[in-house]
Design a protein around this ligand. Structure first.
Ligand code: ADP
Ligand code: RBF
Ligand code: MG
Length: 385
């Protein structure tokens, strides 16, 4: 019996994919596709998503034309769609954890390359809007610089060559299945960060599948560990979400003994899609009542197998009554853990109570406590009268 098998391969360099791994390109693609399809009398419904993630631009174009039965050739589609898309590149957001990862690795002098099926000029145009990215990569390899894009390993092998390092000394981080295949065929370690919901089980050849870049543990690969978690939490650039409290599935209090105030999905689908499923915490302002600590879950609640992504804050206060319809404003200041599945209800409940303790304690730290005074939390109190 060899124990070595349980050890992960150690690496000294990192090769990153761009679209879907560092950048939320899919979000912009679907926004533009919505507008585009209307011109052809079609309605966007996301059916193309599984066919375009990780594909070359021409493959993706062919998939859209076929999926929606557009009266266009692949090239006609591309020549109309691409200008609309490139016009929006400055609006593509970095995915959560992308800036943290790039700054950390470049700060530690870890050799880094960017390898994407996009053309080199498109890669440069996209990253131009993100301060510090271009300088962090010792090599940038585009799909137009090799004979075949991913799933061929060529892009990754070319990146290794340009860094003058052996392919086996790299960790590849990828969101797509063709990208994972390419990385493995290049002889590299591969961590998958699937960009499509509920697809993790398909990434069988990856060495590890994580929920988001926020969960990456670099020390597993022999790279310098992140040092920015405090008392079990990861500080985030605060983000804001609010609206009237609506009825949820009616099982929070009844089944778990943990009430969660569900927010109306109206108007927050974009912000929700930006944030990985998981447990977060921060402050909650309830119109006319006050400001409270909160710990919340974002996701599909795998234990209950929901089909819609929800935001469900548990306000850490005894109300002794419902507050449906009341205006709830949240400032989310930190991240605790990825969404998980549990083998029993008791295990889920125990974990949520552990999350509560972590959030309760962390919110006393000055860097989180200061957001208790954020005007957004009280902004709807004034509107009351
Ligand atoms: P639902 O499935 O409708 O969200 P829950 O059983 O999860 O039902 O209960 C949530 C409701 O309970 C909230 O919408 C709110 O009106 C009320 N509530 C009472 N106390 C709390 C609390 N501390 N945190 C969140 N919601 C609470
Ligand atoms: N549901 C899960 O299936 N997995 C989780 O990891 C999970 N974590 C949660 C963490 C917190 C802090 C809260 C408040 C809820 C969490 N839930 C999780 C959601 C729980 O399933 C949900 O509140 C119920 O489905 C009630 O709607
Ligand atoms: Mg609820």
């Amino acid at each position: 019996m060899s124990v070595e098998r349980t050890f992960k391969k150690l690496v000294s360099g990192v090769i990153l994919d761009l679209d879907g791994t560092l950048l939320n390109t899919d979000g912009i693609v679907s926004e533009i596709l919505k507008v585009f399809l209307v011109k052809y009398g079609k309605q966007w419904d996301g059916r193309e998503a599984p066919h375009i993630v990780g594909k070359t631009p021409t493959e993706a174009a062919a998939a859209v034309v076929e999926d929606y039965g557009l009266p266009l050739s692949r090239d006609e589609f591309l020549s109309q769609f691409y200008p609309m898309l490139s016009d929006q590149w400055r609006n593509i957001k970095a995915l959560p954890g992308a800036n943290r990862l790039i700054n950390h690795l470049s700060g530690h002098g870890v050799p880094m390359a960017l390898a994407s099926n996009s053309s080199k000029s498109n890669i440069e145009a996209k990253i131009f809007h993100h301060a510090g990215w271009k300088e962090s990569f010792s090599a940038i390899v585009g799909g137009d610089e090799v004979k075949a894009g991913k799933p061929s390993p060529e892009i990754f092998l070319e990146a290794a060559k340009r860094l003058n390092m052996d392919p086996s000394s790299f960790l590849v981080i990828e969101d797509s299945i063709p990208g994972v295949t390419a990385g493995k065929d290049a002889g590299m370690a591969v961590v998958a960060v699937p960009s499509l919901a509920k697809q993790s089980h398909l990434y069988t050849s990856a060495d590890e599948v994580i929920n988001s870049l926020l969960d990456l543990q670099l020390e597993k690969w022999g790279l310098p560990a992140f040092q920015d978690r405090i008392e079990g939490t990861l500080p985030l650039e605060p983000w804001y979400i609010g609206g009237p409290v609506i009825k949820g599935f009616g099982r929070g209090s009844k089944v778990l003994g943990i009430p969660t105030a569900n927010l109306s999905p109206q108007g927050y689908s974009a912000i929700l899609s930006e944030h990985p499923a998981g447990v977060y915490f921060g402050w909650a302002g309830l119109s006319g009542r006050g400001v409270y600590k909160m710990v919340m879950s974002i996701g599909w609640n795998p234990f209950f197998n929901n089909t819609e992504k929800t935001v469900e804050p548990w306000l850490l206060h005894d109300f002794n009554e419902d507050f449906y319809g009341e205006e709830l404003h949240l400032v989310v200041v930190g991240y605790i853990r990825p969404e998980a599945n549990f083998s029993s209800l008791e295990a889920l409940i125990a974990k949520i109570h552990e999350d509560r303790k972590i959030a309760e304690r962390a919110l006393e730290l000055p860097q989180y406590l200061k957001y208790k005074d954020d005007p957004y939390l009280k902004s709807s109190l004034h509107q009351q009268n």
